[in-house]
Design a protein around this ligand. Structure first.
Ligand SMILES: Cc1cc2nc3c(=O)[nH]c(=O)nc-3n(C[C@H](O)[C@H](O)[C@H](O)COP(=O)(O)O)c2cc1C
Length: 163
């Protein structure tokens, strides 16, 4: 019997949620919704993110070896979810959904202004994991805004809300 992984993921909700920003060849920013990330080392601070091989963002990370991860506030509830419903190959998501971006301090890729936490990341390795690629990346800068209450993914990944 195949494992019903979506039932397991629903049972474990709420799940983490963030926006991954990447830089396109023309210098514009692409955004995607992502739940599958985790810390994997403290020193140096390192995270892993898992991106579907079908998406545009993985291609962009392969090209530039960097990305930013922004955990965002309630004000982006609808806009951030929309970033998980279409591809940056066709849509300029930041513009279309009204998500304001600001410059990072170290990497070229921007971060989301409405941040609770934003991590500037440089890729150090990648692992082919069947239908996804796991990028392992060092955090080279971190931004925190303790005032913001941030979004999680509920009912698996069906909707976003704060806790
Ligand atoms: C709540 C939520 C969580 C998601 N988590 C992931 C994830 O962890 N990994 C992934 O590859 N796609 C995830 N997605 C789907 C991508 O965001 C979606 O395929 C997106 O269209 C990819 O955009 P891109 O082609 O511009 O990279 C998630 C979508 C939503 C709505």
């Amino acid at each position: 019997m195949p494992i019903n992984v979506s039932a397991v993921q629903k049972a474990l909700s709420p799940n983490p949620f963030c926006l991954i920003a990447t830089t396109k060849p023309d210098g514009d920013t692409n955004l995607m919704a992502l739940s599958w990330w985790t810390f994997v080392s403290n020193q140096p601070a390192t995270i892993a993110v898992c991106l579907s091989k079908k998406g545009f963002s993985g291609e962009l990370i392969k090209n530039t070896s960097e990305f930013t991860l922004s955990v965002v506030g309630d004000e982006l509830k609808s806009a951030a979810f929309s970033c998980g419903t279409c591809t940056g190959r066709k849509v300029n998501k930041a513009k279309e959904f009204g998500i304001e971006l600001v410059n990072s301090l170290i990497v070229k890729t921007k971060i989301v202004k409405a941040l609770k936490v934003a991590l500037e990341c440089k890729v150090i390795n990648s692992v082919d994991v069947n239908d996804h690629i796991m990028f392992i990346a060092e955090i080279v800068e971190a931004h925190i805004n303790p005032e913001v209450s941030h979004l999680y993914a509920f009912n698996g990944y069906a909707n976003l809300s704060t806790i």
